[in-house]
Design a protein around this ligand. Sequence first.
Ligand SMILES: O=P(O)(O)OC[C@H]1O[C@H](OP(=O)(O)OP(=O)(O)O)[C@H](O)[C@@H]1O
Ligand SMILES: Nc1nc2[nH]cnc2c(=O)[nH]1
Ligand SMILES: [Mg+2]
Length: 161
Amino acid sequence: MSVEGKKEFFVSWEELHRATRELARRQLPAEQWRGIVAVSRGGLVPAAIIARELNIRVVDSICVSSYDHQSQRDSAIILKDVSACEDGEGFLVIDDLVDTGNTLRLLRQRLPKAKFITVYGKPAGLELVDDYEAKLEQTTWIHFPWDMHLHYVDPLAGQQG
Ligand SMILES: O=P(O)(O)OC[C@H]1O[C@H](OP(=O)(O)OP(=O)(O)O)[C@H](O)[C@@H]1O
Ligand SMILES: Nc1nc2[nH]cnc2c(=O)[nH]1
Ligand SMILES: [Mg+2]
């Protein structure tokens, strides 16, 4: 299936939860972290899951805008900065995915000592993440569960001629 020639990858809530918990497992021991910075908005759900798994209660957010839906802008901008840390030391910065790397390139300048992790990664951005759970092709568009709705589909036999 494709939109504008791109492949699509549909992520369920269950799959996102499973993949994010695997990512969390690799961030143990939890005591090494002073807190979490969620990259809003896409990083908010993975950050909540990882905060729960690592029993971390200091969770800040940094608000970034880099994309209109499926059309890339030239660069990312910070709409709201973090307040819980200076240079990111001892913090996990969590996003749902890295694509071109524009977002994390900007955030690495802001938080140079943080560890950057994402659930999904595309090749162009992988050098910007310290850890990620699953790699997808650059041309694949990921659909997250918060952007989707379950709906009825006709049986295959009903769709014929
Ligand atoms: O590596 P990049 O090419 O920068 O793309 C990845 C970023 O794009 C998406 O966020 P988006 O800016 O669409 O905003 P959102 O999280 O509020 O949906 C996604 O959540 C990442 O933050
Ligand atoms: N939902 C979604 N947002 C993105 N932002 C940059 N790449 C993607 C993607 O593949 N899916
Ligand atoms: Mg985002």
